[in-house]
Design a protein. Sequence first.
Lengths: 154, 201
Amino acid sequence: MALFVVMVLGLSVSSGAHSENNFESKLPKSASLRFTLSDELGFPQDQSKDSFDCLDKIYAVTDVKGFKKGKHIIEFRWVDPSGDTRERTVYDFFVRDKPSTKLWAWLELSRGQGAGVVQWLNPAAGLEEFIGKWELKLLIDDKEFKSDEFDVNC
Amino acid sequence: MNKLAIALLIPAFATALVGCSSGSSEAPIPASVTNRYQGTFQNTPGTQSGSVSLNLSEDTARAVTGNIIFTSDGSNCLRNATVTGTTTGFNFDLTASQAGELFTTTTTITRTELDDAGAEVVTTESITVRESTTGTVGTVNRDLGGGRNSSAVTTSAGVTGNLNMQFNIGNNGATLQGTYVTDGDICSNNTGSGVMSLNRI
């Protein structure tokens, strides 16, 4: 009987501790995703865009909410129109006392050497591989959290 | 070589050049701000400006400490201070306590002339207000000649509040560009907000 009481108590204590540890992680995690250009100081603009010129500096912006305080890893995976991962922007960030954490990354495309000579004939010279629909995959702590598309034209 | 051959060769050459050249892309990661930076500040009304330098150290938890030093071109309500802050990706928030004495010097230039009846008529030509974090309380009167006089009255008041800065970390940590705003009574008449732009030195 005594052994049974100890087992029941142990189970309930264990269960309580488990719930407490997971309380913060049970808050709804969310991450918005949008694309834009930069302002004159290099911050992302408030106004979103989904179509860019080949030589634009393209910003991907996210507001992360509901994640535990502390260190996390974010990855912006830039997938080009051919479906290949063209760039990966990976860095750590800390969730602090603010209700949301704003993070961004940017992508800049440039034409190949030699293409500049003929860009007067064809503005897209050396940038053809970048024209089309790009996808950005947003991963937080190695888990894909959001993805969205934008267009690049010349 | 005839014109037709040249006309054919130019596009062929151009096509070859493009064919040989592949575009490139760049998507950098945020860099540490552990560095010394120097640059300029300018308030929104355009009444206060000068140089600013930051000496910063960032730890592995992305917490930043250091100091900020101002060299004003003239009027300035911002003072040298220690700074604390955090970086979050490319975003960098920095705060400096600005508690201390603020000296306000009001300079009035007047012209004294005699009217037709021989009575003195005093006309105010200009009034300028200069803020500084250092100074001496008192009045300085000067005879500028030609019936003109200046009177500079300096008063001081204790002020409290913070200088809050938000920077974008650019060019692999080589540049900090952003905005600043003060709270409390550190600055008067909206003179305590503007832009800062610094380069790593």
